[in-house]
Structures are given as C-alpha cells and as structure tokens.
Design a protein around this ligand. Sequence first.
Ligand code: HEM
Length: 556
Amino acid sequence: MTIQRLAEDSLPYPLRTTMGRIMLHVRSSSPAKGFDGRFPARHHWTCAVPPQAIDVPPASILHVPGPPLGKISWYYIAWYDFWLRRNDKIAQWHLRYGPVICFRPGEVSFASSGLMREIYGTAGKYTKSELFENFMVYGQKPLFSIGPYWEHRKKRMLISSFYHKTSITRPVMEKWLRQNIMKLVAQIERAIVQQHGNEDKAPAKAMLDAYPLFNCFAFDNITHVLFGSKYGAKTIANDCPERKILLGIKQAQMWGPFKFNFPALAWITSKAMHVFPTGIASLLVPDTLRLCLKSEDEMASWNWNTLQTALADLDAVEDYTLLQRMLSCRAKAPETLETPYIAAELYDNINAAQETVAVGLIYLIFHLARQHSWQARIRSDLLSLNIAEDGFPAWTDIDKLSSLDAFMREALRVNPGASGRQERYIEDSKKDYNGICLPIGTRVTASTIALHQDPSVFPHPEEFRPERWLDQTPETLRQMENSFIPFGYGARICLGKALGIMELKMLAAFLLLRYEIATTPEMGDGKSGPMWQCGSIEAVPIGLKGEMIFTKLDMY
Ligand code: HEM
C-alpha cells in the first residue's frame, strides 16, 4: 500500500474520492512514465493493469493505416478530444483509411462488426484499459472499472441476474416506474398551467427544457432501484439539493476531456480550490469546473450517506432493491462485498444509469418532436392496446410495439447514449485483425459511430429512418443488429440495458399518449446547434438542454 493510499484512508469520504481519482491521474501523468503517460503495471497501486499492458513504442504501430500525425503525436487526438469531436473524427478517419486505424501512438480503432465481436466477445477475454480507473470511488473498483476479464466476471456474476430483463421488468418494478412517469407528467402539467394562464381558447401547451427533467427522472429511477422507495431520491417533484448536484455533474461531461488529457493540470486545479480562499479560487478556476468537481464529490457523499442511513434502517428497504440483493450475497460470502465496495458499486450504477438514460431520452424525444408522422403512427399503435388501471397500457404490451421499438433503435443508432470509448488491450501479438498485426499492449476500441454510420449496413446512414428497422429480411436485420452497439457488446455489455430500454420506451409511450411534442427552432437539427452530440464520455447534447413544446391532446 502506498503512502498516498494510507494518507487517503484517513480522509473523510468526499475528499477521499477526489484524492483517489487524483492520485491515479498524477501517477498516470508523471513524465517519468511511458511515452503516452501510462504507468507500468508494477507501479500501479491496485495492480489492475496486467503485465501485458506495457507501453507500445510508436514505431511498432506505424504500419497500421491512419492519420500520419495521429500515429506519432498524442496531442493530435487530444486536440479533437478537447473540442469534444473525438468520436466524429475517428468515424471520419475510418471512412478514409479503412476498418482498422491507428489514431494515436499505441491506440487503434476498429470499424467492423467482426472485429468488434472479437475484442468485446466473451471468447477473447480482452482486458479493459486503465481509462476506466477514473471511475474508481471510495478507493474501490466497481464493475465498470475492473480491467482483467476474470476479476470482472466474478464481480459481475454477483449482480447480473438482478438486472436481467425478467427481474427488472417485474410488476413491482413497473409500478414505481409508472409512478415516477406520472410525477414527470405532473411537472409538464404544472408548466402548462403556468404558461397557459387564462387564455381559454389557446391550445394547452408549454415549452420547457426537458433535459434537466429527464436527468431527475433517470436519477430517481436508479436510486429507487438501489435504495427503494424510502431512500431513493425524489428530485422530479421536489426542488431539493440533489437537483443542484445533478446540474453540476452535467458540467463534468464538458470537462472530462480536460481531466483525462491533462490530469496533472486537473489535479493542480482542484488543489487550488481547496488551498485558496473561495474568492481567489474563483479567479483561478473556471466556475463550471469548480461546480463539476464539487458536484462529483457531493454525489459520492450523497450515495455514501444514503447507504449508511439505509443500512441503519434496513427494514424500510424493499427486498427488490440492489442493496438488499448485495447484502444477501454478502451473507453468503462476506469477504467479497465489504461496505466500501457495495458503496462503490451503487455509486457506479448511479453514474452508469443517470446520464445515459437522460441522454437517450432527450434524443428519443427530440427525434419524435421532429417526426410528427411517426408520433401519429406510434400513438395510433399505442391506442390499440389495452389500458391498465392508471389509464395507460402495460409495459409488456408497450414493449411489443414494433413502431416504437424501431423508432427507439434509430434514435440510439444516430445518437448513441454513450461515448463508445470502450477500450481494451491487445494481449496476443500472433492474432491478426483484418490482416494487420498489433503489438501486445495496443489499446483498441470499436467505434460505435463508425459502425452505426456504416453505409454498407445502414444505407444513407446520415438520414433518420426508423422504417429501416421494419420489414427487413432476417439476413439484413442480422447484419444491422451485428453493427448496432449502443449498449456495448459481449462480456461487458451494459448491465442495465433492460432497465434503460424500459425507461426510454415507457416514458415515450406515456408522453405520446398525452401530448403532441414539438421542439423549438433554436434546438436546430441535431447536426449543429445545442442538440449536437458531444464526443465526451457521456455523449451529451452540447447545449446541455433540450427545449420541447408539449401540447395537450384531447384524449387524456
Ligand atoms: C440508454 C441507456 C444506457 C446506455 C446507452 C448504456 C450504455 C452502456 C455501454 C455502451 C456500456 C458498455 C461499456 C463497456 O463496454 O465498457 C455500459 C455498461 C454498463 N452499464 Fe449501461 N447504458 C445505459 C443504461 C444503463 C442503466 C439504466 C444501468 C443501470 C444500472 C447501466 C449500468 C451499466 C453498468 C453497471 C455497466 C458496466 C458493465 C460491466 O462493465 O460489466 N446502464 N452501458
């Protein structure tokens, strides 16, 4: 255990999380380390990076096609990263240089479904890169940040059945999700009353920024799954402190590339925040960065404190929660699930489920708002379903609607809710990848955007065409499915895929049955303007907002 680790253990949790991340950053950025700032495994405090993951000399990878500057300079991709254009740029390079490209010394991207399956499939057992150690918290590695295949698999097996579709879509889960949807609808109704005033003849409609609302929705949902009805957050309906934390965390998306590319500078910046009095710190550190660093710590504290409170009042935590599931696993094997690890896993689930779902929702609703004929088509399909007690169809019926399914798929194809930065390490130099050999230790990712925009699989990929998912031959559909990876693929495919899909489809269905949805001209077409999707870790809309106009329909 290092001196830093010991020192860190004596700190209170909020500070400890930041320090944990920072120590990793500092270590990974020391100039004495490898050419790209990565540290040799033997020096790493958690020893997660396997011995094979050594630095790759730039010369050993020059034979791979790709932008010449990118192959020799770390700063070339960092430049695009800084402007949040990393993913788009890599997809463009694929069109120019082919399915295997080197875009940074020691780093390669794939744009072929076969190669994607090779690196992410269970057979390959590829190790995740240390980028994911940025997601360590409380000095622990949750699932998402575990590198080696077997270590990851052991931990994943503890909770994977919890998130299985049959478990997550049980009636008890559906019930509270419907309740949260109704709370969200109540916020829209409130806005309608506020904006509609007394103008009786005007259509009952309201314009509101749906993005923060969807953030609250996703946060309340996941914290309910983790902690249950008493300790899950209630941000949709209440103007509570957690809402401010969520707002601050959104800024983290904009500052992510800064933190990942210039870790030492990020560390100094956050130090300045603690060392200098607030007045001076605000001169030195941009407001949004201060907000984001503070909010990340506040969220970690929120999770830690909520866990402690829930542990002290376990009778109030429903059996169907992830916390109860983990505690029952702990009863069988106490050493595997100590409280800090449980806390880290819960925190990581919040991170994984909050922004992704909010982004997925804002793009789904944005595309619906621009496609009125599809709204009518899906609405008419929804109206043909039986309705439940609350006046809306049941999840099992909503899930079967092919029109809604096709629309959601197309929205996730065009605007996938995650960055697609799923890096792994090459651990076998004898394999070849489309005829190209790669040295051991090369970092490799399959580009989600390049796969989703492949014209040979998705003709006219730049066009939003939900119908491409309908009435296809099984063979064409299979090809499309093979290249469609908004939730990743294989051994580390999104654990919360079933939950995410249920949240997306259910909310869209409820909103469509109540409102005609439009967007404002300021939101643009998604290819530019505030809805342009960033290439940050969570692929948020650049404007961090999504103005929608909800016009009430007569039927409800
Ligand atoms: C539309 C919503 C979502 C999208 C687009 C999405 C996307 C992804 C992607 C692409 C990965 C793979 C990362 C990799 O291979 O390295 C992933 C992993 C993960 N996701 Fe999601 N996700 C969503 C919702 C959720 C939800 C609701 C949860 C709930 C807990 C969740 C939990 C996780 C976890 C725990 C992992 C890590 C799995 C592992 O490493 O074994 N996600 N997600």
